[in-house]
Write a protein that binds this ligand. Structure first.
Ligand code: AMP
Ligand code: GLY
Length: 424
């Protein structure tokens, strides 16, 4: 079959890498793809938000399955556009993608279906927010997509006032922040739980642990993710079962009851609190960098799985995972996630260990040079018998990626291994 992957990050590179191994696939395309994806797929220069052009392309090339990576095209309705034209596509419709696109919608949905999450108040003005901020610290979240910058933990009244001014007076987030949530701060360990669903049936992916903060020891700003490993280690089988029963299944059934059946990959960001798992957020797509480590461990044919889910035909699919562990460290540019340099030349020294896999993120080719176009540049990944071996391989390879201002966390996996790596 012919498959199109929409996206240009390391997540999409990992998806293409795995799809490329499927004997079912005769032609693999990526839009727009990147310099790494180009090794396994034909890259077509169509942007992820150009959903009509993407559907035109899929029609013209008779694409049998389109797989959507990022949330933007999903929230813009790419699935609706494809389905209108009778094209098979993996991902939720625009209405279903509101689980990620609107934090107010998802909070009200969780309340309605008794899905465990943090207490929160919806506020539309500074006055309402002030009165909701009774207890500090608290979390403030803007309703809409805000490129990962719409969530802040406020420790003092002053911090809260500063953020509220940015939201309501300076309108830093535009309409995405017409409404905000003032939310209880949850304490515990974060874990990512993903599942593939055809709208009714659900197959969990191997849990992964993502490291979201930019700095070692969970310090600094939130990012898209600086590293990951699978197994998650902190999540045992019993808790995973509880998450399926009390969170994932009620979400899928609830969305169906709401008339917004959810098909695709459902990503639940969780806090494992002393009172059990609580939902921090939903994402309507595969996680990045969680997908990179999951694809290294998945035994089964990804094309077959995603096609079945897209056709409402998941039946009682069960997935098989390699017993080995996989680890990933993201090489980013100094300054990420705020201001960082683009257009820098990226050099990759030879890596002798062939169990190391590089998934390219924001890298394009210009002539013979590789240039960075985003803050996260490469995911360095490896699989090995144990997590500590996988991490050792990744950390051995990481310095081989060289560019001005290259930086990465030195402590991915440290909590899971119960040890802290020495910071630089
Ligand atoms: P979100 O976009 O809602 O996932 O929030 C981004 C990050 O903020 C999460 O990955 C958590 O690290 C943190 N966060 C969000 N909500 C809470 C909460 N209620 N309590 C503690 N941390 C939170
Ligand atoms: N790793 C976090 C995310 O994909 O949103």
């Amino acid at each position: 079959m012919r498959v199109l992957v929409v996206g240009q990050g390391a997540r999409e590179h990992a998806l293409c890498w795995k799809l490329h191994q499927s004997p079912l696939i005769k032609e693999l395309y990526a839009a727009p793809g990147n310099a790494g994806i180009a090794a396994v797929a034909d890259c077509v220069p169509i942007g992820v938000a150009d959903i009509v052009e993407l559907a035109d392309f899929a029609e013209k090339l008779k694409i049998d399955l389109t797989v959507v990576g990022p949330e933007l095209p999903l929230t813009l309705g790419i699935v609706d556009e494809f389905q209108k034209r009778g094209l098979t596509i993996f991902g939720p419709t625009r209405l279903a993608a509101e689980l990620e696109g609107s934090k107010v919608f998802s909070k009200e949905f969780m309340r309605k279906y008794n899905i465990p999450t943090a207490e929160a108040t919806v506020c539309s003005s500074v006055v309402e927010a002030r009165s909701a901020l009774k207890k500090l610290p608290a979390v403030i979240k803007v309703d809409g997509l805000a490129a990962g910058k719409g969530v802040v933990v406020v420790n003092t009244r002053q911090e809260a006032e500063d953020y509220l001014r940015m939201v309501f007076e300076e309108k830093r987030f535009g309409n995405a922040a017409n409404r905000i949530l003032v939310e209880e701060l949850l304490l515990g360990e974060e874990v990512s739980f993903m599942a593939i669903t055809d709208g009714k049936r659900v197959v969990p992916l191997a849990p992964a642990k993502d490291y979201k903060k930019v700095g070692d020891g969970e310090t600094g700003a939130n990012t898209g993710g600086m590293g990951a490993h699978s197994p998650a280690v902190i999540l045992n089988g019993e808790t995973a079962g509880e998450i399926m029963r009390s969170i994932v299944m009620p979400t899928v059934l609830g969305m169906e009851a709401e008339g917004r059946p959810y098909t695709g990959c459902l990503y639940v960001g969780l806090m494992l609190t002393a009172n059990g798992p609580r939902v921090l957020e939903y994402n309507c797509r595969f996680g990045d960098p969680e997908t990179q480590v999951q694809m290294l461990r998945l035994e089964d044919d990804l094309a077959d799985l995603l096609l079945k889910a897209s056709r409402g035909n998941l039946a009682d699919t069960k997935l098989n995972w390699k017993k080995e562990a996989a680890a990933c460290v993201v090489i980013a540019v100094e300054g990420y996630p705020d201001d960082f340099l683009k257009g820098q030349e990226v050099a990759i020294d030879p890596i002798a260990d062939d169990s190391v896999v590089l998934f390219y993120a924001g890298i394009v080719k210009s002539g013979t040079k590789l240039l960075n176009i985003a803050g996260r540049v490469i995911s360095v990944c490896a699989r090995a018998a144990t997590l500590s071996e996988a991490l050792a391989k990744v950390y051995e390879a990481a310095p081989k990626i060289r560019f001005q201002g290259a930086r990465y966390r030195r402590d991915i996996g440290y909590r899971a291994l119960g040890q802290r790596r020495a910071s630089e």
